[in-house]
Design a binder for this molecule. Sequence first.
Ligand SMILES: [Zn+2]
Length: 290
Amino acid sequence: MQFTNPDENDNSNIEDRRGGGGRKVAIGGIGTIVVVIIALLMGKNPMQMLNQVNNVVPQQTQQSDQPYQESAEEKNERVLAENVFRSCKTVWQQQFGQWNKTFQSPNLLMYTGSEQTACGEGSSAMGPFYCPGDEKIYLDLSFFQELESKFNASGDFARAYVVAHEFGHHIQNLLGFSNKLDAARGKVSEKEYNRLSVKLELQADFLAGYWAHYAKTLQKNGIVINESDVESALNAATQIGDDMLQKKAQGYTVPDAFTHGTSAQRVFWFKKGLTSGDINQGDTFNDPSL
Ligand SMILES: [Zn+2]
């Protein structure tokens, strides 16, 4: 995977809080979480997650004026994340323009360890996530290594897929899909809630594929994707399917507890976005098979 003319000087909407060097963030206390959904990439139940978030005592982030000292490896990871993010911005800006809709970019916030968010205290253990309350994608770059070591998902494009998936959650937020899940919270059974969560997550996978479809033809912030890149994204989608994760964790699967979809479903929807480039084909909410 290679980027074509990435605008590496464009740091708008990018926040680097690694090493706790950021400003202190005042949020309205842990009781007032305005989160619609913490859309996690990994197979965790967002409701359980929220409860955990609620119970965490917020810590002060350290003040420091020193920029984070990154290793060469970390620099590569950061540049990749930023380039994918810029590319997502360019693609979605263009698409929204064609639909005569207003596009508003999310922020990419890179942090280490833990970070205050409008959705409560975020931590690296949660994996990358998007918080609709502040419209930010929270990413601890160490997740990229975990992808490889814990989830057997290697390759740049596997990493790109992660960023594009979280960006997809922002698109869902702008298009109003996240509301469907929010409206159901507390009103439906856990089983039904999980079913809706699967639809939302698979749609984010579709939107990640959709990004790649259009990023290939961009003059600026575009990407060159080869066959092995597609393989590495599909492998990543396979490795983080609910069935795969559950089997690894407990030796068996509990389909009612699925929140992100099976490996096969995640691969299917990512591929659909990638090959079709047709937004109308990504309506997981009206797909009777889900
Ligand atoms: Zn997700």
